[in-house]
Design a protein around this ligand. Structure first.
Ligand code: FES
Ligand code: MG
Length: 588
């Protein structure tokens, strides 16, 4: 350890040029028992950005882990100031937790910039908490390390693994088909949540926590440890020890979150079968740290990478199995063997990802497959565009045999399909009408959801993956192609075309689509087009504009109105446009 940089907290607690303010700052931080010696000792002051609370059950275990974090920080010679973060509970927040990612980000930036903190531990877990915390750390760019809360233990029902979210999609179909009643529905769904922690499937939480490690922002091997395991407490302690040294070394997010690191994360996302929310969140983090990460990088960097991790929804297993099989280091090691990882990318422990993962081994090849025996080849996302939108993503790893058979079995055109559109305007419209026979939905129908993007449905709803009407499910049709300007839960196994940008509410082509139009999807060419002439589309646009544009529901809260007025589209991270100009404000 050499040349420790001046601590920014000195400007508050030890500033001889402004003894007046220093006295004011010091007196109030003494009032719960900190001493003046501590505050003026030159010890790094470490924030714990606490995302756990009773309102955010997925992250609530961080309240317990914070004790071990504190012990680590103290032992390494730091002082702890823990503070609350705006809760973002994926399943509890109306209208959607997606609305709050940028709000928690703003709150974190204000705290990190405006208070005497030299470094911070970001407590991550439930879906949006992870990107919100990494975005904030990227903007302020003070030494930061992430600590995952860890997934729940595996869920079980009648001897079978029941995974978060994934069981909900299945149970909904069983309920719709009359196979179970309401009571059994709740029992089946609840069986997937046997302990503290976040979703135990490869949903957005496991995805983003894995990617936080792949980006280099968590200690190696830490992302996958289940919340209740003793190893989770131990890694909290080690994370506390490490952040103090990171301050001494002045190791900042900008040293770690490089373009190489993002490309590593994209590859890991393909190998783990990660969520379609990842491109939105990685784009947001990249923009706040000043890295260029266009949506096309997802296909270029990620599409050819095979699926190695056998977790629901794409596979069979759950979080405990993932950890026991080796977690992120084992996956990275397999990708390294194929030359797919930028091995020099630096991580929070001061070593490169290559050094961290070189000796990792797969402990269970049923759960993490060796590179040469993948669950699926070319398992990454493809990026589509056409006259309906400029960019949308599709998770090809969840295309199952039924879907392939029905839509991708034409030997002359094996990657394309077309059919008539049925269009829904937002989730309420879908819920009201999906079982209405008048819609005439058949197995050839392509279902569209619009009005569900960051503006149309504040924060973008996870609603694009729609189930077919009950009468088709009973006939054995379990999935129709779904396309839309909203998102999809990472726990859904549906091969939908998502995150379409620009959304209908921002003037995207989806606003012009009408039920009955024929639409052609070509996965090979990366195209999605309504089969209408440019003239017809122009006439429809004129008509729409004359009627005042695409209509969507009014805002229900002040933040909804504010975010809607400044939020960007999902292909570029859905950030508050203009805020990326504040990169590295802490240095000024
Ligand atoms: Fe919180 Fe899934 S609902 S992680
Ligand atoms: Mg979700």
């Amino acid at each position: 350890m050499t040349d420790m940089p001046p601590l920014r907290s000195r400007a508050w607690f030890d500033n001889p040029d402004n003894i007046d303010m220093t006295a004011l700052y010091i007196e109030r931080y003494l009032n719960f028992g900190l001493s003046q010696e501590e505050l003026q000792s030159g010890k790094p002051i470490i924030g714990i950005a606490q995302t756990g609370s009773d309102l955010s059950p997925c992250n609530r275990h961080h309240l317990v882990l914070a004790e071990r974090l504190r012990e680590g920080i103290r032992e390494a010679g730091g002082i702890v100031l823990e503070f609350p973060v705006h809760p973002i509970q994926e399943t509890g927040k109306r209208p959607t937790a997606g609305l709050d990612r940028n709000l928690a980000y703003l709150g974190l930036v204000e705290v990190l910039y405006g208070y005497p903190l030299d470094g911070v531990v970001l407590t991550i877990g439930c879906d949006k908490t992870t990107p919100a915390m990494l975005m904030g750390a990227a903007t302020v760019n003070i030494p930061a390390i992430a600590l995952s809360v860890g997934p729940m233990l595996n869920g079980w029902h009648k001897g079978e693994r029941t995974g978060s979210g994934t069981i909900v999609w299945k149970a909904r179909q069983m309920l719709a088909a009359g196979e179970i009643d309401n009571k059994e529905f709740i029992r089946l769904v609840s069986s997937s949540a046997p302990s503290t922690g976040y979703c135990n499937t490869m949903g957005t939480a496991t995805t983003m926590n894995s990617l936080a490690e792949a980006l280099g922002m968590q200690l190696p091997g830490s992302a996958a440890i289940p919340a209740p395991y003793r190893d989770r407490q131990e890694i909290a302690y080690r994370t506390g020890l490490r952040i103090v040294d990171m301050v001494r070394e002045d190791l900042k997010p900008s040293d770690i979150l490089t373009r190489d690191a993002f490309h590593n994360a994209i590859k890991v996302n393909s190998a783990i079968g990660g969520s379609t929310n990842a491109p939105i969140h990685l784009a947001a983090i990249a923009r706040h740290i000043g890295v260029d990460l266009p949506i096309e990088d997802w296909q270029e960097q990620g599409h050819k990478v095979p699926l190695l991790v056998n977790l629901q929804p794409a596979g069979e297993y759950l979080g405990e199995d993932y950890y026991r099989a080796g977690g992120v280091p084992a996956v990275v090691r397999e990708l390294m063997g194929a030359g797919l990882i930028a091995e020099d990318a630096l991580t929070v422990n001061g070593k490169s990802i290559g050094d961290n993962c070189r000796d990792a081994v797969i402990e269970d090849e049923k759960v993490i497959r060796p590179f040469g025996q993948p669950l699926k080849e070319e398992a990454g996302f493809i990026v589509l565009k056409g006259n309906l939108f400029d960019a949308a993503v599709m998770k090809t790893s969840v295309i199952g045999p039924e879907f392939r058979e029905r839509y991708l079995s034409n030997p002359n055109d094996p990657e394309a399909f077309e059919g008539p559109a049925v269009v829904f305007d937002g989730p309420e419209d879908y819920h009201h009408r999906i079982d209405d026979p008048a819609l005439g939905i058949t197995p050839e129908t392509l279902m569209f959801m619009r009005g569900a993007g960051p503006i149309g449905y504040p924060g973008a709803a996870e609603v694009v993956n729609m189930r077919p009407p009950a009468y088709l499910i009973t006939e054995g049709v379990h999935a129709l192609p779904c396309i839309g300007d909203g998102r999809q839960s990472g726990t859904s196994g549906s091969p939908s075309i998502l995150n379409a940008s620009p959304e209908a509410a921002a003037g995207g082509g989806l606003a012009l689509l009408r039920t009955g139009d024929r639409v052609r999807i070509d996965l090979g060419k990366g195209r999605a087009d309504v089969l209408l002439s440019d003239e017809e589309l122009a006439a429809r646009r004129q008509e729409l504009e004359a009627a005042g544009g695409y209509q969507y529901p009014a805002s229900q809260t002040p933040w909804q109105a504010i975010q809607r007025s400044v939020v960007g589209q999902m292909s570029t991270g859905a950030i508050l446009e203009g805020t990326e100009a504040f990169q590295q404000i802490a240095q000024t």
